[in-house]
Every structure is written in structure tokens, then in C-alpha cells.
Write a protein that binds this ligand. Sequence first.
Ligand SMILES: N[C@@H](CCC(=O)N[C@@H](CS)C(=O)NCC(=O)O)C(=O)O
Length: 234
Amino acid sequence: MTENMHENNLPILWSFRRCPYAMRARLAIQSSGCKVLLREILLRDKPEDFIKDSAKATVPVLRLPDGQVIDESLDVMRWALAQNDPEEWCHILSTDPEASQAFLDELDGGFKSALDRYKYASRYVKTPGDDGADESSLDTALHHRSIGVEFIQRIDAKLAEQPYLSGQKQGFLDFACLPFIRQFRIADPEWFDGQNWPYLHPWLQDFLQSERFAAVMKKYDPWKETGGEGLWPW
Ligand SMILES: N[C@@H](CCC(=O)N[C@@H](CS)C(=O)NCC(=O)O)C(=O)O
């Protein structure tokens, strides 16, 4: 079998480096040891082939060699870990399925929606009164930030009881959530780092400084420009 024939049998992962949903999919694929062909896209210039694979046109999208398409990031994680789960990420999903699902629902629901609204308005928090920002923009940002903070405080409290959200080891709940907590921090790092979350800060920083994170954040040129797709992880 030639190398090309071999690669044609691999799933294709449409991805965007900075998207937290795509990050968690790449984290799970990397942990599983599965290989995919990574196609980096730009959200402002989506390739037709990407939209053909999934009309939703959100990243990540995984197209399997049999044509099946998985276009929800949590499902991509579950698919990869169903192939192989050497770090036992899914342990928490089977030992505590209801609480796990409730956490993931809130993460992708209320927390993500507050994060988007806070992120958008956060420039007004940092420079109130500038750029024509009015009081209501500031109020909006602070309101949505406070919703996010409630969720984060509960994570901090959980991490006071056990080293990771998934238990004694990092697992599905940690990696599903860390890319979003990173984004929440980026909206105003100075403010975030000044908060009294003694368990959350080291949990996030360990992740941000890990080789695992560096590996999933490697930069690729957009597939649309180069036509190049590479074995990933290499
Ligand atoms: N529920 C989806 C959401 C994915 C999503 O919304 N991704 C964003 C990027 S972070 C996206 O592709 N947005 C489409 C766009 O901006 O055009 C999932 O979990 O995969």
C-alpha cells in the first residue's frame, strides 16, 4: 500500500486553531492516538468543501472515511475516545453520567453565552468611557462577566475537593472546559489573574504551560490557500 492510499483512509478534521470547540476536539484526538488529516480553515473564508461536509459550517467537523460526518465538538471527542482512551478521559462520563452531562450542558449553554457577551463588551470594562462606550455597555459586560464568574467559582470549589474536574486525573470534563476558561481569562487577563480562585488558577496555568496544549496549538497555513493537509498529530 502506498503512503497516499494509506492517508485516504484517514478521517479529515476541519479545524480553526483559535476556536475553543476545535481545541477540545484536537485535545481528544491527540490523547486517543488517532491520526487525522488536518485542514485548517479561516472562518471568514470558508472553503466550499467544508460547507459541503457540514451545512452548519462550524468548526470542528470530522469526516470519516465512510462518509459519516461528526459536526459537534463533544461528539468528535467521544468518537476519538471511543476508538482508544489510553488516559481514561471517559471514566468520569461512565461513573457520574448525570452530573457530567449537566456540567457540559451548562458549559456550552449559559457559560458560553455569557462568555461571548462578556468578551464582546470587555473592552468597555477595561477602558470605561473610551471609544464612545456608554454606561450600558459597561453594565452589560459586568453582568455577563458575573454570570461567568458564578460558573468559575463552582469549578474552583470542585477543584478544592479533588485535583481535577474529572476526579483524580485530568479527563473529559477538564479538557472540554479548559479552552473556554482560557478564553474567559483572555478577555481581561489582569482582572482574571487578580481573582481569588486558588484552585482554578494553577489548574488553568498547568494546562496553558503543558506540552499537550502547545502541541494542539501548532500553527498551520489555511488548507484553502495551500491545498496542503498533513497527518495530525504528526
Ligand atoms: N456546537 C458546536 C459549536 C462550534 C462553533 O460554534 N464553532 C465556531 C468557532 S469557535 C464556529 O465555527 N463559528 C462559525 C463562524 O464563525 O462562522 C460544537 O460544539 O462544535
